[in-house]
Design a protein around this ligand. Structure first.
Ligand code: APR
Length: 317
């Protein structure tokens, strides 16, 4: 059977890590596309030359022409500028929507049957634009944010409790901005609620709440924390890993339940906007959106997050 083909649009920081991880995991042949000549060719040559050492048997090639993405099963988009210190993701909307317009046209013409995972920021707006321009059905166009935001939340919980990240389950929903919604109530370590573990650790309910609030805040600002430390550019290892988990779920029909930026048509009371919600990802892309009841606090946070997404998306119209 032919190998899957993965097209990566944008050969910068995230694109390079995506190409290397996709090759290492033998998810499929990789085409790394960028407008800068030489950059994707150089990165993919470098990655390919590691293949005898790491032992992967996939092709990994660079491209500057959209015709090279023909036949792609999955396209992951990272084209666009990253933030600089002090910038919010929303500050990128002008320049990145011009880039996304070109990219989405290229995908529409050259990879009309592909699943598309958008990473470029501001995520909720960029994925909306990508779906509008490609006209692809909603199960095939999605954004990567929730997997990363949830991973960040889970990392902080694991550190705080001194347990393996493998045993932490935590989900972040809503938009990919400062208003994102970590679902504290269901955060758990192998089924044991994190709040209970914190209360036992500190033997103090108020202190446990304070620690959790700090982890929620750190999660919401986690992208900015990395931007500030790097001084130039934004996070790239963890966004690449997160998008590849989504791509793998689709390519291997894993039916994983992951938070995905999906087009809602009534689910969670939202109609016509892309928002991060739990979805089942499998061979048909977004196969199902999983609804559950939010409590009063979560609902208020979710509503505020959706309002922020609406304001941003409507500003593009
Ligand atoms: N078509 C294709 N690629 C483009 C285009 C375009 N029209 N315009 C720019 N690019 C390429 C750049 O040449 C660059 O190589 O996109 C790449 C972006 O790479 P980086 O600047 O390294 O940014 P990165 O850290 O990978 O982040 C990309 O993802 O998380 C978001 O906020 C982040 O919007 C940013 C995007």
């Amino acid at each position: 059977m032919a190998r899957a083909k993965i097209a990566l649009i944008g050969g910068g920081q995230i694109g390079g890590v995506l190409a290397q991880l996709a090759a290492l995991r033998e998810l499929g042949d990789v085409v790394l596309f960028d407008i800068v000549e030489g950059l994707p060719q150089g990165k993919t040559l470098d990655i390919s030359e590691a293949s005898p050492v790491d032992g992967f048997d996939v092709k990994c090639e660079g491209a500057n022409d959209y015709s090279d993405i023909q036949g792609a099963n999955i396209v992951i988009v990272t084209a666009g500028l990253p933030r600089k210190p002090g910038m919010s993701r929303d500050d990128l909307i002008g320049v990145n929507s011009r880039i996304m317009t070109q990219v989405a046209e290229g995908i529409k013409v050259n990879a009309p049957d592909a699943f598309v995972i958008v990473i470029s920021n501001p995520l909720d707006a960029m994925v909306t634009l990508c779906q509008k321009i490609t006209g692809f059905p909603k199960n095939r166009v999605m954004g990567m944010a929730g997997v990363l935001d949830s991973a960040r939340f889970a990392t902080f919980i694991a550190w705080e409790l001194g347990v393996s990240v493998k045993d932490v389950s935590a989900m972040v929903l809503g938009g990919h901005g400062d208003t994102m919604v970590p679902i504290v109530r269901y955060a758990n370590v192998n089924g044991v609620p994190v709040m209970e573990l914190l209360e036992r650790k500190y033997n103090d309910v108020a202190k446990a709440r304070e620690i959790m609030d700090a982890m929620v805040k750190r999660t919401q600002g986690a992208g900015g924390e990395v931007v500030k430390l790097l001084g130039n550019g934004s996070a790239f290892y963890s966004p690449a890993s997160s998008a590849l988990a989504m791509a793998e779920a689709i390519l291997r029909d894993q039916k994983r339940l992951l938070p995905v930026c999906a087009l809602l048509e009534g689910e969670f009371g939202v109609d016509g906007y892309y928002v991060g919600v739990p979805c089942v990802l499998g061979a048909d892309g977004i196969e199902k959106i999983i609804e559950f009841s939010l409590d009063e606090t979560e609902q208020a946070m979710f509503d505020a997050s959706v309002a922020a997404v609406k304001e941003l998306v409507d500003s593009m119209a």
